[in-house]
Design a protein around this ligand. Structure first.
Ligand SMILES: [Zn+2]
Length: 528
């Protein structure tokens, strides 16, 4: 395990988060430079290229939509007249990926969390008629659901699909006070303004494009109050109902006229893929996949005069850690039985796009993918820790490999202390889960070796002060020796999976296993 070098983790991070890399925005030249760097390191470490046509790369075709706020508008029409809301203050529009000019005028129906979960006897749409109407939907999902189920239903793709299935023609997104606290408007709105992206299907249409929805709006608190003016209930009342995990809907006495003008650009952006072929004549045709996203946000709202979102921890650290893990595998005197595939992905910050594309169009047979181990934020860098939090551990037999690797290096395991963040569906492992592949992400623990450090506090503070800002840079004081030690766990988990006779399986009756486990989306245009 001495193959994993703290100094190399720091050096990779320093290069990838340098200002010259301009924040590695998906589809930019600076991302391409980062991609070349990753391929170069893999080549130097002795891996085999495992992208398309013998290259290191798999190109992901993308479309980006950026709203022209000056030309777009949102008007609320009630019995007492028309009210034009103020863009970027009351609301922000998401770009339409299907049309550059999109209009809709329709009554608005509030449908709680917008969740239909028959297995939990819960349906916000039960008594709502939303056909031809715009739905207003709260973020997140009922807290009474088990955290896995809550995470699944909080996915906006699931909410959009459900809205379309009920006949809705537009989507308005509202945040509860709790969600606003975790995602303040001034932090979130500029990220929405930077545009949204999808990967393009073979038919040229955007994946998860939902053409039936002719607007996607996020309302600030002030916009939400205007939307609910004159409704039979106050916002506080509906938030209370949401807190109580009760389904709800309410036809609002308002029609919204929303005009979205957006510009579309196309971009190709590569995943970078390297392989360490396995040693077993049969099992070498199966693959343990590691993933880490190379992209970050690019240029973003300035902090202290710096407008580069460097993404040092998010996720130069994961790339750095995985480059070292790849080097460690390639330099083993005897490689493991299964093959190991290192997939460095693009477009994570734009919605898990590179990993989702790879999971739909893998460069090896999908049925041959044994598991995915994702690294988003290399564990261990904040402080030397006694424990780990492993997302996804409760879903599959991968728990055995994680338990044994953690024990071997000397970590205990702590359950996820922030289930309301729904982290398991928020990084690239979820792209694999959705294609039936068991996956885990090993993350930072909260028990520091130094009793003076409150680990949970450090992480929560980082989330509100540095996460997705220019302050996630190399000025942060990080513990690279601890990061190298924690990388050993990810190494061992993959090694152990690769050595087992049997491939990992979903636990009996597991929610994700049942939902996706038998699902193979095929190699066509892969509609979800
Ligand atoms: Zn991120």
């Amino acid at each position: 395990m001495n193959a994993i070098r703290p100094d190399a983790i720091r050096a990779h991070m320093r290069f990838l988060s340098d200002s010259l890399l301009q924040g590695r925005g998906t589809g930019t030249t600076s991302y391409e430079i980062a991609a070349r760097y990753v391929a170069t390191q893999l080549e130097a470490a002795g891996l085999h290229p495992a992208g398309v046509n013998g290259t290191w790369y798999q190109t992901v075709p993308l479309r980006k939509s950026v709203v022209d706020d000056g030309k777009s508008s949102l008007v609320l029409i009630t019995k007492s007249g028309e009210q034009t809301l103020v863009s970027l203050k009351d609301y922000v529009l998401y770009g339409d990926l299907n049309r550059t000019d999109s209009s809709v005028e329709a009554p608005v129906v509030f449908v709680g969390f917008g969740v239909t979960a028959p297995e939990h006897n819960y349906d916000d749409y039960a008594s709502a008629d939303v056909k031809g109407k715009i739905v207003a939907v709260l973020g997140n999902a009922p807290a009474k659901f088990p955290s896995t189920v809550r995470a699944y239903y909080s996915d906006y793709a699931v909410k959009a699909k459900n809205a379309v299935a009920h006949g809705a023609v537009g989507f308005i997104d509202l945040l509860t006070p709790e969600d606003q606290k975790r995602n303040p408007w001034d932090w979130n709105m500029p990220q929405v303004q930077m545009g949204n992206m999808e990967w393009l299907q073979k038919d040229g249409g955007p994946h998860n494009g939902f053409p039936g929805l002719r607007c996607w709006v996020e309302l600030n608190q002030s916009g939400a109050e205007k939307l609910f003016a004159g409704a039979g209930k106050t916002l506080d009342q509906v938030f209370d109902t949401a807190r109580a995990s009760q389904p709800q809907s309410l036809a609002l006495p308002v029609t919204a006229r929303i005009h979205t003008i957006s510009s579309h650009t196309s971009a190709d952006s590569p995943n970078i893929i390297g392989e360490v072929p396995g040693s077993d004549p049969v099992l070498r045709n199966q693959y343990v996949v590691y993933t880490a996203h190379v992209d970050h946000l690019g240029i973003c709202p300035p902090k202290n005069g710096d407008n580069v979102c460097h993404g040092a921890l998010d996720n130069a650290s994961g790339v750095a850690s995985l480059l070292e893990i790849a080097r460690a595998f390639a330099s083993l005197p005897k490689v493991p039985r299964r093959s190991i595939l290192f997939v460095f992905v693009t477009g994570e910050e734009m919605g898990l796009l590179g990993s989702d594309y790879f999971a739909h169009f893998p460069t090896v047979p999908r049925s041959a993918i044994a598991a995915d181990i994702n690294i988003d934020g290399a564990p261990g860098l904040y402080y030397d820790m006694k424990d780990l939090i492993v997302l996804g551990i409760e879903h599959s037999s991968l728990e055995q490999q994680v338990q044994s690797a953690a024990k071997q290096i000397g970590y205990s395991l702590t359950p996820d202390p922030m289930p309301e963040e729904n982290f398991f569906i928020r990084s690239d492992q979820y792209s694999f889960v959705q294609q039936g592949v068991p996956a885990v992400e090993v993350g930072d623990g909260i028990k520091s070796v130094d009793p003076k450090i409150d680990g949970l506090k450090v992480q929560k503070e980082w989330m509100v002060t540095k996460y997705h800002t220019p302050l996630d840079n190399m000025d942060q004081v990080l513990d690279y020796a601890s990061g190298a030690r924690a990388a050993g766990v990810n190494f061992l988990v993959g090694y152990d999976i690769a050595q087992q006779d049997a491939a990992p399986t979903w636990n009996n009756g597991d929610f994700f296993g049942e939902k996706f486990g038998s699902r193979h989306a095929g190699d066509g245009s892969a509609a979800k």
